[in-house]
Design a binder for this molecule. Structure first.
Ligand code: GDP
Length: 471
């Protein structure tokens, strides 16, 4: 509840029986209707935002995948400037809807940049003291990406880049709404203390690795763990079977468990087949558990699977299996093995290595816990203020070089997404960083927050000329 009462008007506390109100606000034609329908999971717009068209506030009940409900309001053609000849009565209703909201989704057209109408809507939300998430719509368009970065300038701590039309970024936005909603059946708590740790979604895990490294044995060991509730579910791809498991309040799904077991029985087809299957599994997962045979060490094929995990932006945990028969199993053996992994797969130095044995059960308990924290790290956000304190300063003090060797003047840094965490460095020119600079920036980010187990993406965005002239 803390998050919501952060606004200035703390007298606005919502009675426990009242539904949580989420208001979609913004200039006309930024895509509010499209977003409204997306959040309601309707296929097509029932109401079209025609240019200049105005209408009343719409109100519907939306539900989240976990069944919790909230009231979603669309303010329609809302323009606080009044330039688009919106009747005062409509404007007043929209303003009232914002004032009574628990959460405002401030929608803007990222492809059009930040316009005065966006700023005045922002001002209104701020004055109303309502927590506001900025939704930068139309990021599917080329200019949309820049607009998304600019949207941070509105000064709200969270910006979600979406394409309401194409359904991009909607899951993240829904997660953000879910975080603010009261827990199911929960009373408004008067007490102190932080909200429940966020655990809104199931964590999809892909167990991958070469034939015979022990994937199938590991899956069995994981499923056989104490206090694990296991059930089979249909997979997302044709004929695949996943297993969902609950452990200590967290929900996991093991992707294509049937495939892992089946292949290990009929073994061992050509290695190419295992690579193709590993790729598919990784694409469906949040976190890949890459099983290595600790008794023989990592190979080129392990490195190529890890590279794919990296490219896909998925979380990665190495499981050094068969530790019961590998070397002396002392601490220095573990260190030596870790170093071999680093040498062979240097680009995944951020991924933890767990030493396990599917046969003896050693280390198996920690696997799901590690996967869970990697999944959380992969969705971690650094607030813009902190980001610029840590990184902005370092980059302004020592300007990074681009790949072509030019100095980049850095204006500010923004996190533009999660899963994987993605950062935009907004600079005077749009050129990729020199690889050593990319590494330096990545190190700074990893020092600033716990991103272990997740890749990080860093892009450089140039500021538009008009924007520079304005400032
Ligand atoms: P998959 O092809 O990756 O699914 O591998 P399997 O799970 O079928 O295991 C291949 C072989 O390695 C089997 O003979 C297993 O009994 C053995 N194995 C799996 N895990 C371990 C382990 O932790 N220690 C030892 N010593 N052998 C293991």
């Amino acid at each position: 509840m803390k998050g919501r009462t952060r606004g200035r008007d703390t007298t606005r506390a919502r009675p426990p029986d009242k539904p949580f109100r989420v208001v979609v606000a913004g200039r006309p034609n930024v895509g509010k209707s499209a977003l409204f329908n997306r959040l309601l999971k309707r296929r097509r717009s029932l109401v079209h935002d025609l240019p200049g068209m105005t209408r009343d506030v719409l109100e519907e009940t939306a539900s989240l995948s976990d069944g919790r409900r909230y009231t979603l309001l669309d303010t329609g053609g809302f323009d606080p400037e009044g330039k688009e000849a919106i009747p005062a009565a409509v404007r007043d209703k929209a303003t009232a809807a914002i004032r009574q909201a628990d959460l405002v989704l401030l929608v803007l057209d990222a492809s059009a940049g930040i316009l005065p109408g966006d700023r005045s809507t922002a001002k209104l939300a701020r004055q109303a003291g309502v927590e506001t998430l900025v939704v930068a719509n139309k990021v599917d368009r080329r200019a949309g990406m820049e607009g998304e970065v600019e949207a941070w300038e509105l000064g709200f701590p969270e910006v979600y880049g979406v394409s309401a039309e194409h359904g991009i970024g909607i899951d993240e936005l829904q997660d953000a709404i879910a975080l603010r909603l009261p827990a199911a059946g929960a009373e408004e708590s008067e007490g102190e203390g932080e909200a429940e740790p966020e655990e809104p979604r199931e964590i999809a895990l892909a167990v991958v690795g070469r034939p015979n490294v022990g994937k199938s044995s590991l899956v069995n060991a994981l499923l056989g763990e104490e206090r694990t509730i296991v059930s089979e579910v249909a997979g997302t791809t044709l004929d695949s079977v996943d297993v969902s498991l609950q452990r200590e309040g967290a929900a996991f799904r093991l992707v294509d468990t049937a495939g892992i077991r089946r292949r290990s029985r009929t073994e061992k087809g050509p290695e190419v087949l295992s690579v193709v299957q590993a790729r598919k599994r990784v694409e469906e997962a949040d976190v890949a558990l890459l099983v290595l045979d600790a008794s023989s060490g990592p190979t080129g094929q392990d490195a190529s699977v890890a590279a794919h995990v990296h490219e896909e932006g998925k979380g990665l945990v190495f499981l050094a299996n068969k530790w019961d028969i590998a070397g002396g199993s002392t601490e220095s053996d573990a260190k030596a093995f870790q170093e071999t992994v680093l040498e062979q797969i240097p680009f995944a130095r951020w991924a933890p290595v767990l030493f396990v044995s599917a046969r003896t059960g050693r280390g198996i308990k920690r696997v799901l816990l590690a996967a869970r924290s990697v999944a959380a790290n992969r969705r971690r956000r650094i607030p813009t203020g902190e980001l610029n304190r840590v990184l902005g300063r370092a980059l302004r003090d020592k300007a990074p070089r681009s790949a072509s060797g030019k100095r980049l003047r850095v204006y500010y840094v923004a996190q533009t997404g999660v899963a994987p965490p993605t950062f935009a460095i907004v600079a005077n020119r749009e050129e990729p960083l020199h690889f050593s600079e990319a590494r330096r920036v990545e190190n700074l980010l990893r020092e600033a927050a716990d991103f272990s187990g997740t890749p990080i993406r860093i892009v450089v965005r140039g500021r538009s000329r008009e924007d520079r002239e304005l400032n």
